[in-house]
Structures are given as C-alpha cells and as structure tokens.
Write a protein that binds this ligand. Structure first.
Ligand SMILES: Nc1ncnc2c1ncn2[C@@H]1O[C@H](COP(=O)(O)OP(=O)(O)O)[C@@H](O)[C@H]1O
Ligand SMILES: [Mg+2]
Length: 310
C-alpha cells in the first residue's frame, strides 16, 4: 500500500511584493513514485524543494514531508531525506570512498554500516572499480552518480533531486537514470525530481506535475504527456441546434472530429491544437444563439507546449 510522503496545501512563497516564486500549490506524492516537477527556468522548482526541506518558510500554506510539518520539523525532515541540489556537495580532491565516508560519518552511521553501504551503492552504480580515484578526475556523469549515492547513504525513504542530469550528455543521462531506476525499485525510495526536460519527465517519472511562474498547471501520468494522443472537446450551449447544424460544421470547418448534437447543446471534437473561435464564429454567423462555450481541460502536453512557446 502506498502512503503519502509529501503533501502541500496552498503552499506559497513570496520573495518580495512583486515576486511570488511559489503560488498556491497543492499536490501530493505517494511512496515509491518518481514524481517529476516539470517547468522552465524560474518557475519555482528549486524554491519548492527549499520549502519542502524547511530551509525556507512558506509565506502562506503548509507542507508535510514524511508526515512532518516543514515549518517546525525542517531539521528532522532533512535528516530523514536525501537531497541533491545544484551543487553536488562532493570534494573533488578526495576519493569516492572518502567522500562517502565523510557523509556517512555526518549521518552518524557505524563504521561497519558505512563500509557495507558504500560498497553496495558503489557496486550498484558501477563505480566500485574506480572507488580510489580522486573524484575531480571523473566525468560529470560519474560524479552525478556518486552525488546521488551520497543522498542514499543513510537509506532515506525520500530523496530530492534538483535537475540531476543538467550538463550531462544524453548517454550519460540515460546511464544515470537506468541505474537510478534499478536502485529505486530495489530500495523502494521515493524521488522528487525537478526537471525542465519534458522527454526526461515522460520517460522516467511515474507522475508529472507541470509548473509555470510558481503555479501548478496540472498533474498526471506521463502517458498523458505523449504527443498525438490528445484531442479536445468543445461544448457549446445555445438554442435551436439540430442535424443541419452538424452538417454545417462538417462542411465548413476542417480538423473536426466527432460531433454530438442536441437541441440546446453541441459537443465537437477538435484537433489537438485547433482553436474554438472559428466554430463559434460560424454558428453565430448562421444565426444561432450561443450562451456558453466550454473547452475540456488541456492535456498536460498542450499545457507544456504552450509554456515552451511562451
Ligand atoms: N533567495 C531568493 N531571493 C529572491 N528571489 C529568488 C530567490 N530564490 C529564487 N528567487 C526567484 O524566484 C523565482 C523562482 O526561482 P527558482 O525556484 O529558482 O526556479 P527554478 O528552480 O524553477 O528555476 C525566480 O524568479 C527566482 O529569481
Ligand atoms: Mg532550479
């Protein structure tokens, strides 16, 4: 059974009167998920992690992480989770094992536990053979794997990764994710992932949340983000519709799918990117009285593509 590991309610953070970095966000993350927080630069992703770790206080709203209130239990949350922010936190002039040794002591793991856990993680990440190298000599991909090993040392139930593949080439990024997903499956850890990369979110996340300018625009499964799938429906409420209305639409507009008509309601399926305006104009020009026009909610992909266009 999955339990809720993160829950936010109207979480909001202002940096000054003009800048609301996180705007009234509510969502929840269940255990065992790779939860992707997807948005372009400046959309409030890093600020959200800071709020969830209790490093920043919310201006309004609340968040609970592992059942703990972030406003009062930041230190406890940070000790029970792992986090990889923009800086890896690795010491480049130290070896891989010395780096993990350092952080293992910081987590007060016993010498035996440190040894066992280092070996387990380094083997699973394919870094064991290189454990005595100074980290400064490693590729960026290897360093990121080690940085993630660092977040997992104390076997946290939840880790936060802030753009872990930024700066990696596609092959290194894929290698990182492949080992990471194996590790996640084996250890049952939940990942809160910040990313600006749509394909990455689609491929590796079990749930994706789209954020823009601090606002949460939608949450869904990655299948819903895949292209070509989503058509949209437009519902028009008015008067005097009939079979002839359906014929009019079919003969006058392109990109129209299924149409349902009733005397005071029409439902029209449109191509994914099509506008509703030509349909409305057509009906008005033919003398129909229209009361309201409703569009079904945009798919996550539409949301994200519109954002990128902006
Ligand atoms: N400590 C801070 N003080 C003032 N403004 C900040 C601070 N941290 C972030 N911001 C601003 O908040 C907004 C969101 O930033 P951030 O959370 O870093 O976004 P992202 O991680 O999605 O790129 C940006 O406009 C950024 O400039
Ligand atoms: Mg960021």
């Amino acid at each position: 059974m999955s339990e809720i590991v993160i829950e936010t309610n109207n979480l909001t953070r202002d940096f000054n009167k003009k800048l609301r970095a996180v705007d009234n966000i509510s969502f929840q993350v269940n255990s065992g998920q790779i939860f992707g927080f997807l948005g372009t630069n400046g959309s409030g992703k890093t600020t959200t992690i800071h709020l969830l770790l209790g490093i920043l206080k919310p201006t309004r709203g609340t968040a609970r992480v592992l059942g703990l209130d972030t406003r009062s239990h930041g230190a406890k949350i940070r000790s029970q989770t792992g986090v990889l922010l923009e800086h890896s936190g690795l010491y480049e002039n130290m070896t891989a094992t010395d780096n993990l040794e350092f952080y293992g002591k910081a987590h007060r793991l016993s010498p035996k536990k440190r040894r066992d856990r280092q070996k387990e993680l380094l083997v699973n990440l394919g870094l064991w053979e290189r454990r005595h190298d100074k980290v400064g000599k490693w590729s960026k991909g290897m360093k990121q794997k080690l940085a993630i090993a660092r977040t997992l040392l104390h076997q946290p139930a939840l880790i936060f990764l802030d753009e872990p593949t930024s700066g990696l080439d596609p092959m290194a990024a894929t290698a990182l994710w492949e080992t990471l997903t194996e590790l996640v499956a084996r250890e049952g850890v939940t990942i809160f992932l910040n990313t600006h990369n749509l394909p990455e979110a689609e491929k590796w996340c079990s749930t994706v949340a789209i954020v823009s300018k601090g606002k949460l625009l939608g949450v869904g499964r990655p299948e819903e983000l895949k292209s070509g799938k989503s058509s949209q429906q437009v519902e028009i409420i008015g008067k005097g519709f009939g079979p002839e209305t359906k014929q009019l639409i079919i003969h006058s507009l392109s990109g129209v799918g299924a149409i349902e008509t009733g005397p005071d309601r029409i439902l029209v399926e449109l191509a994914p990117q099509a506008e509703a305006a030509p349909l409305v104009t057509l009906l008005v020009n033919h003398g129909y009285a229209i009361e309201t026009v409703n569009k079904t909610q945009e798919s996550l992909e539409d949301l994200f593509l519109n954002l990128v266009k902006e």
